[in-house]
Design a protein around this ligand. Structure first.
Ligand code: 6PG
Length: 248
């Protein structure tokens, strides 16, 4: 480990629950800022298991009441190429944990159609994002991300340089580890966001968190290192387990 200085925006919480709660606070604050300044809040949700508790917290009445959901547009950072009613669907998890519990207009939910052809859906979603973000200075207000133990984030997998370097905003991606096609936002769009927040919990992620934040730069192998928002460093919200390999 090079013991590199940690980025300024790394928060370590005592538990996964408190990390999810901190991420919920970031979401509420980002939504309020965006709606106050531009009348809308466009967010890309992350998938996998970690954010489920975050979404459940956002759906709790005392937190949900702090968001003007009528002005929120929900997109995804990535999606598995599976039908929306299957257990692996990022959309299904978000719908069950959050979207079906808040007064979000149906037209504000921009699902990646995992059931469709990956190339066609990536193209369609890219065009949708161009239309959606056209009036917002072409950037998302918030991108939520997770981290895989192999260093992937969204569906930017190790070695997939064509996806990493894509000039598109959305691309199809094949996950060797999952033997599965995905749709993913590209670093080009993620790094244009006003705010990027990684939420990572669990000691199984500790070594990779340390490699991403303090190890040598190796984005080909560690795609999470491709995330370098133009607007400023990404924020990392970690529980103690995920932070346990970080140098002082
Ligand atoms: C996905 C996610 C992916 C996820 C990491 C961590 O579709 O799987 O977008 O990038 O954030 O794989 O997943 P866990 O939270 O399940 O560990």
């Amino acid at each position: 480990m090079t013991g590199k200085r940690l980025p300024a925006k790394v928060a370590v919480l005592p538990s996964a629950e408190l990390a999810a709660d901190a991420a919920a606070g970031q979401f509420v604050a980002a939504a309020a800022d965006a709606i106050r300044s531009r009348g809308t809040f466009i967010v890309a949700l992350s998938g996998g298991h970690t954010p489920q508790r975050l979404y459940e917290l956002l759906a709790t009445p005392h937190i949900a009441a702090q968001v003007d959901w009528s002005r929120v547009q929900v997109c995804w950072g990535d999606e598995r190429c599976v039908p929306p009613d299957t257990a692996e669907s990022n959309y299904r998890m978000a719908r069950e944990a959050l979207l079906s519990h808040v007064p979000l207009p149906a037209g504000n939910v921009h699902r990646m159609r995992g059931e469709d052809d990956p190339d066609q859906e990536a193209h369609r979603y890219d065009e949708m994002m161009q239309r959606l973000l056209g009036g917002s200075g072409s950037r998302l207000d918030l991108v939520l991300l997770g981290l895989g133990t192999d260093g992937h984030t969204a569906s930017l997998f190790p070695g997939a340089d064509a996806v990493h370097d894509s000039t598109q905003w959305v691309a199809p991606a094949f996950s060797e580890a999952h033997a599965q096609w995905r749709i993913t936002l590209t670093p080009r769009l993620i790094n244009a966001a006003a705010e990027v927040v990684f939420l990572v919990s669990g000691a199984d992620k500790a070594d990779m968190v340390a490699r991403v934040l303090q190890g040598p730069r190796a984005p080909h192998d560690i795609p999470a290192q491709l995330i370098a928002p133009i607007a400023g460093e990404a924020a990392w919200i970690l529980d103690g387990g995920a932070a346990s390999a970080l140098g002082g």
